[in-house]
Design a protein around this ligand. Structure first.
Ligand SMILES: [Fe+2]
Ligand SMILES: [Fe+2]
Length: 223
């Protein structure tokens, strides 16, 4: 059960960090005058991510894990400094965390739900999967609004940053470290086998992420 507990503790941290990242996106969005409708969606997403963190913790406890909240790394929750200005910082956050992060999250949670049967875990994953579809859409809608503000600047910024951002997700999902196979019991509790992470990474990059950027004139050179 050690690996199941560690995984759910990591999920609590990741969801809480998503709330902080989205709050940063919201702050920058207010600063650059993003339309109200998207600001409202951003607020909803901050609330969703805080819910996801709580729900992940509830799963951890229901599975028999430790009751106390996992330790958080405050450095991971700091807002970035936006060295190239607030618009560039917003483009980076949208591209990295939404057009990539939330777009990978949708098929990952779908894969998680497919294998999961534990009564405490399944409803949580169903709720998260529903929310992640909204979060993914927010990211691509935001990118369109940003392109309308500064088409060439945003395109160039996204294309320049994408290789490094994609590399980060490749390390996390596409090239998982060698570890014992996920067992049927672990799978029923929401863990995903490494091969599934790998397939989702490559399929989503190829069939969703690359064409959705290309449609917006954003292409990049692979590292
Ligand atoms: Fe989430
Ligand atoms: Fe999300």
């Amino acid at each position: 059960m050690k690996r199941v507990f560690a995984e759910w503790q990591n999920r609590v941290r990741a969801e809480y960090r998503s709330a902080a990242i989205t709050a940063g996106v919201l702050h920058r969005s207010i600063a650059v005058g993003i339309p109200r409708e998207l600001l409202d969606k951003g607020q909803r997403i901050v609330a969703d991510e805080l819910d996801h963190a709580e729900l992940s913790h509830a799963c951890l406890v229901a599975l028999g894990g430790p009751d106390e909240p996992p330790m958080l790394d405050v450095a991971q929750l700091q807002p970035s400094t936006d060295e190239d200005g607030v618009l560039a910082g917003l483009v980076d956050a949208i591209v990295q965390s939404f057009c990539l992060g939330e777009t990978f999250a949708v098929p990952l949670f779908a894969a998680m739900r497919e294998g999961c049967s534990h009564p405490a875990v399944e409803p949580m994953i169903t709720r998260v999967l529903r929310d992640e579809t909204v979060h993914r859409q927010f990211g691509w809608d935001m990118l369109d609004v940003l392109l309308a503000i500064d088409e060439h600047g945003v395109r160039d910024r996204a294309a320049a940053r994408l290789p490094r951002f994609i590399q980060g997700y490749r390390r996390a999902y596409g090239e998982p470290p060698a570890a014992p196979e996920v067992t049927a019991t672990e799978r029923s509790m929401g863990l995903i086998p490494a091969a599934v992470y790998k397939d989702v990474f490559h399929d989503t990059l190829e069939s969703t992420i690359t064409p959705w950027f290309a449609r917006r004139g954003i292409v990049w050179e692979a590292l």
